[in-house]
Design a protein around this ligand. Structure first.
Ligand code: BGC
Length: 768
């Protein structure tokens, strides 16, 4: 009887007891984050700081994308975080990448529809717009896709510095200049995050090559690190408050960034006040407890046994549980903001049509007109029939490969764009090219290739070229270059044009010029290319970069004059590869698999090197032509305050015959003192609105005293030196319209920082 009663009460009361316990268990969002952490077991904390791929028995790879649990939620997304349902903590989804949402377009579980995402212009292309408003608008469209495809955090933007043109991932990044990089990253983050989703600003920091990216030790001076490689990240963080930062694969002066407390805590949090969390790159870092100690809060993508390592480290006293708690707290604070936590009912139907229009507009604004002899562009009314040459006129490249790739529904080729614009394209040539591609891939498949590689440039018979020069009004010839993750570009095969390409250019130029007809070259490239031996053959050169899925339409918009080009180089085109300041120190030693790379050029990267050391270039930083002309009709600079802050006011007038936009660039030459200084540095920029002929616009720029400061390693301080400052208003770094100057009476220490990440050996850095 007694037993019977006990059983009776247990059965009746048990559910209530369980419920009571659940009610008492803190729940994320209902209880404070601190209460949730207090209720977590050590195992749960360790679980939360490790990506959830480890929960799956095996991970697999499809299309180069890690598939973990994401397969059930957003197939193809790069990763998923851990969930702890007991505490109301859901798993967030993270997905690549910088040029568009990288998910699988076809789902095994749902064959009824597709899940394509928009391929936006790549980072280098966006930077060439020099238009932060436009980039923010791109970000808004981009973020909408992130949200509507059920993703919480986008693994973008990539914002490493273009230290060397051979870096395989430069296309994902913006510029050789930290101000442009920081402003662009800030703009896109603001746009994306305005949708209520997160970003991950990456790769923090010094990941400027793919060669042994997981092991290479970047040996760098404190000054170059602060002035060039960290500066852009600082600007982006201050201006956009990204939810997360991704640490990089490489070491900085001997320590993996993912394990560097100096980088992730002292600089990022203590100095810069970053509030979000840091995640590792996929498989980055080695020592898991050290990563948590450093402030690398989330270990991605997560592998079996990694959370056990964290638990063991806490138990054996090598990891203070307070460090772990801090990481958990930072992660929970972001989870609280996420769409998944807030149960956002995503549609899986972003407005791809509207976003395609944004892509077309942004890519056209990014196109840089490098050459336009005798105003051959825009096409005149007499231009009707066009002979289109070059493989990539037909197989136009929207973006690079690897995690920066996007599964897009289509890419508008150059030839399609030209014919969409109403021109007659030569159909025989088109047939020849298409036939060539079919044959080439059949040959590759027969030889056992699973994915046929891009075909070598087709050799067009001389007779065909002659005939087209006779029958068509003008020639358009596209040169294409692709690159991507895990390898750098080959100097001979990728940076230089191949003989088959220069031959094609030469022959087409000869045939057309003989008949007084012109040749336009379109560069559909992932990065800077060599121009020797072919540049002079082109009447016009249009640098389209990798413009995203509307490629051909954007290019045709500029060819036809529908859009007046206003893009400017955010990266220099040198005369020779050997004129790149890092050319002798790239990718490091030993060359086959570099263990270390010395940044001997110090702060002299890109134009900072060319201008200071007076090295001639092909096309300078900030360069880009327009179909119209501009002038600065008036300007003034305000009297600087005691710390050197001042304002520049100038009026820009369209003095030509077509409506257009101009980018106004403010360069400053600072006085040298005990420290050498670059000849000039970009300190502010802005783009006009579309100005009609005769119309003008007043532009105002504010330069803060701290923007003028240089980093003194011996003092661990930013100092604005006393002396004469030259202020230049330019349309490029070498097309200076006006110059003014002022004298700063006393030096100002604008910021003391911590002495961290110093190289152990002298670097013998370049000195002017
Ligand atoms: C790349 C990251 C990317 C991650 C996830 C890594 O290989 O370096 O940029 O976000 O993979 O796909």
């Amino acid at each position: 009887m007694k037993l019977y009663l006990q059983l009776f009460f247990a059965l009746i009361l048990f559910p209530f007891l369980v419920q009571a316990q659940a009610v008492n268990t803190p729940q994320l969002g209902k209880s404070t984050v601190k209460e949730v952490i207090a209720a977590m077991t050590l195992q749960e904390k360790a679980q939360l700081v490790v990506g959830a791929t480890e929960l799956k028995k095996a991970s697999s790879t499809e299309n180069g994308t890690t598939i973990g649990f994401t397969e059930q939620r957003v197939p193809g997304a790069a990763g998923i975080m851990a969930a702890i349902p007991r505490l109301g903590i859901p798993a967030l989804i993270v997905s690549d990448g910088p040029a568009g949402v990288r998910i699988n377009p076809i789902r095994k579980a749902d064959r009824s529809r597709t899940y394509y995402a928009t391929a936006f212009p790549v980072g280098t292309s966006l930077a060439s717009t020099w238009d932060t408003k436009l980039v923010e608008e791109v970000g808004r469209a981009f973020g909408n896709e992130v949200k509507e495809y059920g993703i919480d955090i986008l693994l973008a933007p990539g914002m490493n510095i273009h230290r060397n043109p051979l870096n395989g991932r430069n296309f994902e990044y913006y510029s050789e200049d930290p101000l442009i990089s920081g402003k662009m990253a800030g703009a896109i983050v603001r746009g994306i995050q305005s949708n209520g989703v997160g970003t991950s600003v990456k790769h923090f920091s010094g990941n400027n090559q793919e060669a042994n990216r997981n092991g290479v030790d970047v040996i760098i001076s404190e000054r170059a690190l602060r002035e060039i490689y960290l500066r852009g990240f600082k600007i982006a963080i201050e201006e956009s408050d990204p939810w997360t930062v991704m640490s990089s694969y490489n070491k900085l002066n001997g320590v993996f960034t993912a394990e560097s407390r100096s980088l992730l805590t002292t600089i990022l949090r203590d100095e810069w006040k970053f509030k979000g969390f840091v995640m590792s790159d996929w498989g980055g870092g080695r020592d898991r407890p050290a990563m948590i100690r450093a402030g690398n809060d989330l270990i991605m993508p997560g592998r079996p046994g990694q959370s056990d390592m964290i638990v063991a480290a806490v138990n054996n006293g090598t990891l203070d549980v307070r460090s772990l708690d801090e990481s958990v707290e930072r992660i929970l604070n972001i989870i609280l903001k996420s769409p998944t936590f807030n149960k956002y009912a995503y549609s899986d139907k972003p407005d791809l049509r509207t976003h395609a229009d944004v892509v077309r507009r942004a890519a056209a604004e990014a196109i840089v007109l490098l050459k336009n002899e005798n105003k051959v562009l825009p096409f005149s009314n007499k231009t009707k029939s066009i002979a289109v040459f070059g493989n990539t006129s037909f197989k136009t490249i929207a973006g690079g490969w690897g995690s920066g790739d996007v599964n897009k529904a289509y890419v508008i080729s150059v030839i399609k764009g030209i014919s969409n614009a109403g021109y007659t394209v030569d159909n025989d040539l088109k047939k020849d090219y298409l036939h060539y591609f079919t044959r080439d891939s059949a040959v590759q498949m027969a030889a056992g290739a699973k994915w046929p590689k891009a075909a070598l440039e087709m050799v067009v018979p001389d007779s065909t070229i002659e005939e087209k020069a006779r029958t068509c009004d003008i020639a358009v010839l596209t040169i294409g270059r692709n690159s991507g993750e895990t390898s750098d570009r080959d100097l001979e095969k990728n940076y230089h044009l191949l003989p088959v390409e220069t031959e094609l250019i030469r022959k087409v130029a000869e045939a057309f010029h003989k008949r007084n007809k012109k040749l336009i070259i379109v560069l559909n490239v992932a990065g800077v290319v060599d121009m020797k031996g072919w540049k002079d053959n082109a009447d016009a050169i249009l640098l389209a970069w990798q413009p995203g899925q509307e490629a051909g339409n954007s290019i045709a918009d500029v060819l036809s004059g529908n859009v007046n080009p206003s893009g400017k180089l955010a990266t220099t085109f040198p005369l020779n590869y050997s004129d790149v300041s890092s050319s002798k120190n790239f990718p490091g030693t030993p060359v086959e698999k570099p263990l270390s790379v010395i940044y001997q050029e110090g702060i002299y990267v890109g134009y900072r090197y060319h201008d200071t050391f007076k090295v001639p270039v092909n096309y300078e930083f900030g360069y880009g032509l327009s179909y119209t002309n501009f002038a600065v009709t008036s300007y003034s600079i305000s009297k600087p305050s005691a710390d050197g802050s001042f304002e520049i006011n100038c009026r820009i007038k369209n003095t030509g015959k077509l409506a257009g936009k101009q980018v106004v660039q403010i360069y400053i030459a600072a006085p040298t003192s005990s420290l050498d200084k670059p000849a000039q540095e970009l300190k502010a920029f802005g783009k006009t609105v579309l100005l009609s002929p005769g119309q003008s616009q007043q532009m105002r720029f504010t330069v803060r005293g701290q923007d003028l400061a240089s980093f003194y390693s011996d003092k661990s301080a930013w100092v604005t030196d006393a002396g004469r400052y030259e202020v230049k208003i330019g349309f490029s770094s070498r097309d200076i319209q006006n110059t003014a100057s002022f004298v700063l009476k006393n030096s100002v220490v604008v910021g003391k920082v911590n002495k961290v990440i110093a190289p152990v050996l002298p670097l013998n850095e370049f000195k002017p």
